[in-house]
Design a protein around this ligand. Structure first.
Ligand SMILES: [Zn+2]
Ligand SMILES: [Zn+2]
Length: 664
């Protein structure tokens, strides 16, 4: 637990104390710290609403002012249960009703684990801790919202009220946090995405399936161009793969059945004629084997019933061996059946890796071909629950800045380093100053369940990854037990300029999938080896990354990314003036600049206002005097009027700023 998490969790105890002072019958469940705050789940006949917050906060303040120490007491399971029965857990005193959720929690604590209670004032709670020293250490707090939640997240369990709050070391930090939230509301990508005509989610197309309007399409083009250029220079090669694949591919890759819940349900296709025949052959084979095995079992039974000579015993042993061999064969055959059946079903791809692995396997590879870097802005589909969908951040279709790098173990460090460099360069380009890499590792106790059972490879790849992170001086934390099934994983969190946190990219080391899909290369000694694979997506998905950028820039994109880079506004509609303006428009477009002309008959002020509203980066305001001087008056969004410039200079500056991808 970090310091701030400890502070916030301690505040949850103080919240429970206050609620009990007002409603002594309250039953508490869990009260952990969460991102940006804490909550406590409570079961209470009174429905707590934000109108109650003032009253609850007043009680909390009293508890903080009393400056009670948080005292830890270790108890036996029996003692803890007895207190629970008397209603004394998460309570101020003994009560008529048992502390039902706390009793359930105790019963789920593994045998032999220490059970501890924490006391602040009269309030005693079952808790592993840790907490701050005294309630007075809580500097500033605020209750923020109330929601409902099922006990343990299971809808079969009772519904509880979840009271959210946040806490900080001092008032200033708390105020800054709420000011940031206010600013974040203004920058909300859902609000700006609509106002600036970037994307739309249409109910007939489907929830979680964003469509990009031309302005969004322009941003996408720029990001893909950036990725294409950067990756080309770094030795990547581009590939293209379809959006769907047969079930058999995902069975081989291991995504099915484990990942099925995150995928759209399959499309059932008609059988191909060849496949029906294949299936019939396998089935016939299985049947005839069954007959033979039944026969052998009969023979074996007869032998076992008869007096045993050496010869007969040998025959029995042979028969048993044969029967066992047949069982193994049967299993293989039923696998074949499944594979053939799996060829009838198609899935929308939820990840690009299996397709790319197939491209690796499509051509014989030698160590000389490695590292091989295959890149694609691939479209993936994931079935997020409708309750989880959120603007561009949680969607069901996504275009991913994906690439898979296949390499020998000796090449890992260099390749991984290069990937990190790529991240850092992108961060610099987008003005991301604060970021964190979360390096998720495996838990040896969960090998074979949560993590593929390759203890040596886990150790080796995690060590290699850790070394690269350490040596490169990148800001990272290590999180045990959160790796992907296939290998250690790095999630990148970035903070926008106003301090809002986003998870935007991932980076994963994979030593299992290449093996499952039989990817091999011929090594120097002519033996076949399995390559290591890095999955990386520094620009994440267009959806999430553009969502982030909208909020990061508050819609004021730098020129190179701006959906509309230049708008030409004429003062009046004199025919010669229009001709002059059209020639500028033509010149800009010939240089691939996204330029428009305002053809309305509005006054110039109205035209400027409309362009500013759409956050058009640069405006060329053109009056008669500009035309006569072969000039334009330049106006930049957020900067105002920059005065008249020769037409050629103004255009040259625009082109240079775009070419250099300048930050403003
Ligand atoms: Zn606690
Ligand atoms: Zn991948």
């Amino acid at each position: 637990m970090t310091d701030i998490e400890r502070l916030r969790h301690s505040t949850a105890h103080v919240l429970a104390t206050a609620i009990l002072k007002l409603w002594p019958e309250a039953q508490f469940a869990a009260g952990p710290p969460v991102e940006n705050g804490f909550y406590y789940d409570v079961d209470l006949p009174h429905r707590i609403s934000p109108e109650d917050f003032e009253k609850i906060e007043a009680e909390m303040k009293k508890e903080i002012k009393a400056n009670h120490p948080f005292e830890r007491v270790e108890v036996s399971r029996k003692e803890a249960l007895e207190m629970g029965k008397k209603g004394r857990l998460a309570a101020l005193s003994d009560r008529n009703h048992p502390s039902k959720f706390k009793i359930d929690i105790i019963e789920n604590i593994p045998e032999g684990e220490t059970i501890s209670l924490y006391r602040n004032g009269d309030f005693v709670d079952l808790c592993a801790g840790p907490h701050v020293m005294r309630t007075g250490n809580i500097g500033a707090f605020k209750l923020t919202s109330v929601a409902s939640a099922y006990y343990k997240g299971d809808e079969k369990n009772p519904q509880l009220q979840r009271i959210y709050g946040t806490a900080f070391k001092n008032r200033t930090q708390l105020d800054e946090y709420f000011a940031m939230l206010e600013e974040a509301k203004k920058r909300d990508h859902r609000k700006l995405g609509k106002e600036l005509e970037i994307y739309v989610i249409d109910d007939d197309v489907g929830p979680g399936l964003p469509m990009w309007l031309p302005r969004g399409g322009a941003i996408i083009d720029e990001l893909e161009k950036l990725a294409r250029e950067t990756e080309f220079a770094a030795g990547y090669q581009r590939v293209r793969t379809p959006h769907i694949a047969r079930e058999s591919l995902y069975r081989k890759s291991g995504h099915l059945p484990y990942y099925a819940e995150s995928m759209f349900p399959p499309m059932e296709m008609k059988w191909e004629p060849g496949e029906v025949a294949q299936l019939e052959t396998i089935e016939k084979n299985i049947e005839s084997r069954r007959d033979r095995v039944a026969d052998m079992q009969k023979q074996l039974a007869t032998i076992e019933a008869n007096p045993r000579t050496e010869d007969i015993l040998r025959r029995a042993k042979e028969l048993r061996g044969e029967i066992a061999a047949h069982e193994i064969e049967d299993e293989k055959l039923s696998g074949d059946v499944e594979r053939v059946i799996g060829r009838q079903r198609y899935y929308l791809k939820a990840m690009n890796c299996p397709h790319h692995h197939k491209l690796f396997a499509a051509v014989p590879r030698s160590y000389r071909d490695l590292p091989l870097r295959l890149a694609e802005y691939g479209t993936c589909y994931r079935y997020e629950q409708s309750g989880e969908l959120f603007g561009l951040m949680r969607v069901r279709s996504m275009q991913m800045n994906d690439a898979h790098i296949y390499m020998t173990p000796e090449q890992f460090e260099t390749e991984f380093n290069a990937v990190n460099e790529l991240y850092l360069n992108y961060f610099k380009l987008f003005g991301i100053e604060k970021y964190l890499m979360r390096f998720s590792t495996h838990d040896p106790a969960k090998l074979g369940q949560k993590f593929v059972d390759e203890p040596e490879l886990w150790k080796k790849t995690e060590e290699m990854t850790r070394n690269v992170l350490k040596n490169s001086g990148i800001n990272y934390v290590e999180v045990p037990n959160e790796a992907a099934f296939y290998g250690p994983k790095i999630d990148v969190q970035a903070w926008s300029v106003i301090g809002r946190e986003f998870s935007i990219a991932t980076n994963q080391v994979d030593f299992a999938q290449p093996r499952r899909l039989n990817l091999v290369y011929k090594d120097r000694d002519n033996t076949e080896k399995t390559p290591l694979c890095i999955h990386r997506a520094p620009l994440g998905t267009h959806e999430r990354f553009i969502g982030f950028l909208i909020e990061h820039y508050a819609g004021n994109f730098p020129l190179w990314l701006s959906p509309e880079q230049v708008r030409i506004l004429t003062i009046g509609d004199d025919a010669k003036l229009i001709d002059y303006s059209m020639s500028i428009l033509k010149e800009l477009r010939a240089h691939q600049v996204r330029a428009e002309i305002d053809k309305s008959t509005d006054q110039i002020n109205g035209k400027i206002q409309r362009a500013e509203q759409m956050k058009v980066h640069t405006m060329f305001v053109i009056g008669k005097r500009d035309m006569e001087a072969k000039a334009v008056s330049v106006r930049v969004h957020g900067k105002g009027n920059l005065g008249a410039k020769p037409r050629a200079d103004a255009i040259a500056e625009i082109l240079q700023s775009i070419r250099e991808r300048r930050a403003s």
